[in-house]
Design a protein around this ligand. Structure first.
Ligand code: ADP
Ligand code: ASP
Ligand code: MG
Length: 452
């Protein structure tokens, strides 16, 4: 019997939260928890900024050191506990200042200090309140990855290594989320928000009975509660829905989190550190009973829309292959795609190097790039038996004065995505949430009911 308990940055933001985490873990000691911890809230952003400043020659790690010193003080821990790591950061920053260069590999190293500092503090606090705990860096616990800095993935052999290493650890292991090491011994990160993914990787390797993701809200909700104050907690959802929701912007889970859990069908439970008694959300392979037409609504910003126009080539065989090949070579992921007689419209991350695609396709097509877009996605397994969701969604957006520029729904029909202007994303999510979750049937406009 083992569980993974992953605590996000907000759950270990300050001394009070860390004490609460210890209480939550203590109550579950009988289930042999393996604890995964993020950096304290905001620390990864802070490290990222310090790294950039170092390139310009003026890094200042003092505020970071002060924040950690205050945490140690507030928890009554040894003030010198983090000195070796803080010294290491100083040395690294000096190096960056000297060469005035920050490669993806060095950035991962800078970021890694957030989690490496936090596990030491959290484990020391556990020990001070009588929970036998050991701080472990994930790479010392077997998490070896490829060398894709900033978005590394575990190597197949990591599973066995993790199992072998952790099997003999006495007490509660408190392991860094977000980071690993490649085969050359360089530190890697799994992508921002990656501690959820770490939780699932360790859960899978240890074949645990449950992976718990402890955060600052009541589980996965019908929308981001920061955007929709009336968002409700979702008691149960499928891996497929959770995966779609995370992919299309639901920050509550890292998009890759579900993969390792699915492999061994391990249930994932999303819980609220501030309200441990609340049941949160259980994510499983299958959920019994009828589903509501819609499970959740989310949005993703920073999207670019690309129109590929070619009157000569489009219908010819090989054109699409060439198009995808140019994206593939640059590792640019296409999210949505729609084709017509003379053009292909697709969406991707607005930060991708789209100019180089434009150059590469010059002889065969014209490319129009429009940044500043967002996708608004409606997710739900219930949509399969509720085809009216599409018409209701479109009518709702129309009534809110929002005209989607691209509409996509796959044959699986577990999500519907609508491309809108970034400035309209929150309004679109609110309008859709109101229409699908907040209205009694009698409130629904007649036209929408006719479609429903
Ligand atoms: P952690 O520090 O625990 O990793 P994050 O800030 O990464 O927490 O993720 C939790 C946040 O995700 C919530 O505070 C909430 O604002 C946001 N969020 C976005 N979409 C959803 C959703 N559908 N359900 C719950 N939270 C969501
Ligand atoms: N600390 C990392 C981040 O802020 C990873 C995580 O919190 O999940 O992105
Ligand atoms: Mg997170």
């Amino acid at each position: 019997m083992t569980i993974v308990m992953k605590f996000g940055g907000t759950s270990v933001a300050d001394a009070e939260h860390i004490r609460e985490v210890a209480r939550i873990v203590r109550e579950r000691l009988a289930r042999k928890p393996v604890v995964i911890v993020s950096a304290h809230a905001g620390v990864t952003d802070q490290l990222d900024q310090i790294g950039r400043d170092a390139v310009l020659g003026h890094a200042d790690a003092a505020p970071l050191a002060e924040r950690h010193a205050k945490l140690l003080h507030d928890l009554g821990l040894d003030p010198s506990l983090l000195a070796p790591l803080l010294h290491e950061i100083e040395t690294l920053l000096k190096g960056i200042e000297l060469v005035r260069e920050l490669s993806a590999r060095t950035r991962d190293m800078v970021h890694s200090f957030g989690e490496r500092l936090s596990v030491r503090t959290v484990a020391a606090h556990f020990c001070s309140v009588g929970i036998p705990a050991v701080a472990i860096d994930a790479f010392d616990a077997g998490l070896i990855t490829d060398s894709n800095y900033g978005r590394a993935r575990p190597l197949p052999e990591a599973e066995k290594k993790i199992y072998e290493t952790l099997r003999n650890i006495p007490g509660v292991p408190v392991i860094t989320g977000y980071i690993g090491k490649d085969l050359n011994g360089h530190i890697t990160t799994l992508g921002r928000n990656g501690s959820d993914y770490s939780g699932a990787i360790f859960g899978n390797a240890l074949n645990v009975e449950e992976i718990q993701i402890w955060t600052d809200v009541d589980g996965v909700m019908t929308a981001d509660p920061r955007v929709v104050p009336l968002a409700q907690s979702i008691p149960e959802m499928t891996y497929e829905e959770a995966g779609e929701l995370a992919y299309y912007g639901g920050k509550v889970l890292h998009p890759a989190t579900i993969q390792p859990a699915v492999a061994k069908k391990i249930p994932v439970r999303v819980l609220n550190t501030k309200k441990p008694v609340s049941p949160g959300t259980l994510i499983e392979q299958r959920v019994p009973g009828d589903a509501l037409p819609v499970t959740s609504i989310t949005s993703r910003r920073g999207v670019a829309m690309l129109n590929v126009i070619s009157t000569r080539m489009l219908g010819q065989s090989g054109f699409m292959a060439r198009l995808f090949d140019e994206f593939g070579k640059r590792e640019i992921v296409i999210d949505h795609i729609a084709t017509s007689e003379v053009s292909v419209t697709l969406t991707t991350d607005a930060h991708s190097d789209l100019e180089s695609i434009e150059r590469a396709l010059k002889e065969i097509a014209d490319l129009e790039v429009e940044r500043g877009k967002a996708t608004v996605s409606i997710v739900g397994r219930g949509m399969r038996s509720h085809p009216e969701v599409v018409s209701k969604a479109l009518l709702t957006l129309h009534q809110a004065g929002i005209a989607p520029q691209l509409i996509t729904q796959s044959a699986l029909r577990s999500s519907l995505s609508l491309l809108v202007e970034e400035s309209q994303a929150s309004a679109a999510v609110r309008a859709l949430h109101q229409s699908f979750f907040e209205m009694a049937p009698a409130d629904i406009p007649r036209a929408a009911r006719a479609g429903a």
